[in-house]
Ligand binder design. Structure first.
Ligand code: XIL
Length: 373
C-alpha cells in the first residue's frame, strides 16, 4: 500500500475514537470553583494514608484543599504534656504535598477534644490561670512551629461564643477569662508570622453570635492581633440556617474586614431530636428509633430534590460573595464515612455530602459547577 493511502486509511479508522476523545469531560469542582476560592474537604487518617483508592481518586479529582477531620486536634496531637504525636498530622501533610493541595490546620484551642491533661494537675486539681496560659503557649507554639510553611492557616480558636453572643463557659474561659482568645492568636502569630489565623464557629447565622464575632474581630484587631478570616462551619440542615440570616452574617464579617470561609459544610438529611440545635459535638441522643433513620434504603425523590435545591441555594450565596470568600470546605468526603451518620445519633444512614457511598460525585455537583462557569 502506498504511504499516502496508509495514512488516509489510518486517520479514517481513528476518526470516530478521536471524536469521542474530543467530547469534553465533565469539569470538576476544583477545576471550575477552584478559580474563585479554595474548595476542600476534611479527611480522616485512613484517607490521608491512602488506604482507599476510590477515596484518593475522589478527593484529588474534586478538591484542591484538605483539612484534618480529627488528627490535629489537641487530644490526638498532644497526648501527654511532654509528648506530641505528629504521625497522622504529618501523613495528611504528605498527602497534601503529593497532590498539590492546600492544607489547613484544625484546630488549636477548642473545648472539645482538647489535650486530656490540659486543665488539671497531677493530683487532678484544676490548674491556675498562669499554668493554663503556659500550657496553652507551649501547645500552640509547638504545633504551629511543627507545621510552619506546611499549612496555609489555622483555626486558632473554635466555638468560643454561644448563640446568644455570650462567651462559652469552657475551661479556657473559666480559668483564664476571655483573654484566652487574644492570647491564643498572639501565641500562634509569634510562632509563625506568615500563617493565616482564623476564628471558627457554628450557628454563625444567629444574630447574637454574629454581633459577638464582629466585636471579637474588632477587639482582636484593636489589640494588635492578626485575624485573616472567620470560619462559618455550616453544618446545615434543610430548614436551618435561615438563609437571609446566614447572608447577613457573611455581609457582617466582610464588613468587619476579614475573609469568610465555609469550613465544615454538610447537609443533614435526617430528622433531628427535638432538643437539638447547632453543631455542638457533646449533644448525643439514643440510637435505635427507626423513625429517626428513614432513608436506610436511599433518599426519596422528594428528599433528593430538597437536597439538590438546598445545596444550590448555599452555593449561589458562595458565588455571590466569591470575591470575599477564601475557602469552602466540605466536612468529610463521601456519605459513607461522614460524621453525620453518627451524630447526633449513632449508626444512621445520612446523605450530607456531595459524593455518595460509592465515591461517585452526585448529579447536583454539575449544577453547582454551572453557577461558577
Ligand atoms: C467532628 C469529627 O467529624 C468527628 O469524627 C469527631 O468524632 C467529632 O468531631 N465542629 C468541628 C469539628 O469543629 O472538629 C467536628 O468534627 C464537627 C463539629
Amino acid at each position: 500500500m502506498n504511504k499516502i493511502l496508509t495514512i488516509a486509511l489510518a486517520s479514517l479508522m481513528l476518526a470516530p475514537s478521536m471524536g469521542m476523545a474530543q467530547k469534553k469531560a465533565q469539569p470538576t469542582m476544583k477545576e471550575v470553583i477552584g478559580k474563585h476560592f479554595l474548595i476542600g474537604c476534611a479527611i480522616n487518617t485512613n484517607f490521608a494514608a491512602e488506604n482507599n483508592a476510590a477515596a484518593t481518586k475522589a478527593i484529588t479529582e474534586n478538591f484542591n484543599s484538605v483539612v484534618a477531620e480529627n488528627c490535629m486536634k489537641g487530644e490526638v496531637i498532644h497526648p501527654e504534656e511532654d509528648r506530641y504525636d505528629w504521625t497522622s498530622g504529618d501523613s495528611l501533610i504528605t498527602f497534601a504535598e503529593k497532590y498539590n493541595m492546600t492544607a489547613i490546620g484544625h484546630c488549636l484551642i477548642w473545648h472539645s477534644q482538647p489535650p486530656k491533661w490540659m486543665f488539671t494537675d497531677k493530683q487532678g486539681k484544676t490548674v491556675s490561670r498562669e499554668v493554663l496560659i503556659d500550657r496553652m503557649y507551649h501547645h500552640i507554639t509547638n504545633v504551629v512551629t511543627h507545621y510552619k510553611g506546611k499549612v496555609k492557616g489555622w483555626d486558632v480558636v473554635n466555638e468560643a461564643i454561644l448563640d446568644d453572643g455570650k462567651f462559652r463557659e469552657s475551661p479556657y474561659y473559666k480559668i483564664i477569662g476571655p483573654e484566652f482568645i487574644e492570647l491564643a492568636f498572639k501565641f500562634a502569630h509569634a510562632a509563625d508570622p506568615d500563617v493565616e489565623l482564623y476564628y471558627n464557629d457554628y450557628s454563625m447565622n444567629k444574630p447574637g453570635k454574629r454581633a459577638a464575632v464582629v466585636k471579637l474581630i474588632n477587639d482582636l484587631r484593636a489589640k494588635g492581633c492578626r485575624i485573616d478570616a472567620v470560619g462559618m462551619q455550616s453544618h446545615n440542615g434543610l430548614d436551618y440556617p435561615d438563609l437571609s440570616e446566614y447572608e447577613q452574617s457573611i455581609q457582617a464579617f466582610i464588613g468587619a474586614g476579614v475573609k469568610v470561609q465555609f469550613t465544615e459544610l454538610d447537609l443533614n438529611m435526617l430528622p433531628q431530636p427535638w432538643q437539638f440545635s447547632g453543631a455542638g459535638i457533646e449533644q448525643h441522643f439514643a440510637a435505635g428509633d427507626p423513625k429517626m433513620d428513614p432513608y436506610t434504603k436511599g433518599l426519596t425523590k422528594k428528599a433528593q430534590k430538597e437536597f439538590n435545591e438546598r445545596y444550590l441555594a448555599f452555593f449561589k450565596l458562595y458565588r455571590k460573595y466569591a470575591d470575599n470568600i477564601e475557602r469552602v470546605t466540605l466536612w468529610g468526603v463521601d456519605d459513607g464515612t461522614s460524621w453525620l451518620n453518627d451524630w447526633p445519633i449513632n449508626g444512621r444512614t445520612n446523605y450530607g455530602m456531595l459524593i455518595d457511598r460509592n465515591f461517585k460525585v452526585k448529579p447536583v455537583v454539575k449544577e453547582i459547577i454551572k453557577l461558577f462557569e
